[in-house]
Design a protein around this ligand. Structure first.
Ligand SMILES: *[C@@H]1O[C@H](CO)[C@@H](O)[C@H](O)[C@H]1NC(C)=O
Ligand SMILES: *[C@@H]1O[C@H](CO)[C@@H](O)[C@H](O)[C@H]1NC(C)=O
Length: 220
């Protein structure tokens, strides 16, 4: 008895899969009012007879988003708010475009692993694991890199032309924590940042200016 219990515990899966949807899909019936991602479950699903193929097609990443002058990067995040057909399916995605030299600054997604497929160009791409080791290299058109959930990652266009990436997330609300803005644009008291990063008042002022809070609300 005890032995079989031990065996059972031993073979328990170490990671839990996503919970399964309890129906084929649930396109939320939200009317025309703006919707927040975390409130989607409060809407009824559209009746299956009212759902059309259009509910499962998204045409909002045909072209790049708006490029940031500072970084040469444009990102469009797509979750069930922009694309209601994704709702309850445990996925979301993003399009990212880079001018030559453009950078997607270090950031992480607290609630999803990401695979990034290069559609165009050559991108130096990597993440840092929890031991502080960086795993990075140049990936090219057709190659895919995985960024494990919660790991800080970044990308830099090292080619001479534009680069485009399609990122896919195994969660409908991956979250986006951008390190520079989170650290220097969030209003943490100066004394903390000066001491923590060994910065003078002037150095800190410069960083705070660059990462002013407006940058917190950009692409999702
Ligand atoms: C289907 O959509 C129509 C028009 O929006 C609406 O009047 C009707 O109540 C819907 N049917 C169901 C079963 O939800
Ligand atoms: C780009 O900027 C324009 C003007 O501010 C805005 O209307 C549009 O929604 C933005 N596009 C994206 C993909 O964020």
């Amino acid at each position: 008895m005890a032995t079989s219990l031990l065996l059972f515990l031993f073979f328990l899966p170490l990671v839990k899969p996503d919970s399964d949807p309890v129906q084929d899909f649930c396109v939320p019936d939200t009317g025309s009012s703006p919707v927040e991602l975390t409130k989607l479950s409060s809407y009824p699903c559209k009746s299956p007879t009212n759902v059309t193929a259009d509910d499962f097609v998204f045409s909002g990443i045909l072209s790049p988003g708006n490029f940031s002058a500072e970084t040469g990067f444009a990102g469009i995040s797509v979750n069930p708010v922009q694309f209601p057909g994704l709702n309850t399916l445990g996925m979301s995605f993003a399009r990212a475009d880079f001018q030559p030299g453009g950078v997607n600054p270090p950031h992480y997604h607290p609630r999803a692993t990401e695979t990034a497929l290069v559609l165009l160009g050559k991108v130096y791409s990597g993440f840092v694991d929890s031991t502080g080791r960086v795993h990075a290299r140049v990936i090219e058109k057709g190659e895919v890199m995985v960024f494990p959930k919660g790991m800080v990652h970044f990308q830099l266009n090292v080619g001479k032309s534009m680069a485009t990436i399609y990122g896919s997330f195994n969660g409908q609300n991956p979250g986006l924590i951008r390190l520079p803005v989170t650290v220097f644009g969030s209003g943490i008291r100066d004394a903390v940042l000066e001491k923590a990063f060994g910065l003078t008042e002037e150095e800190l002022e410069k960083l705070k200016k660059r990462f002013e809070p407006k940058d917190l609300i950009v692409d999702d």
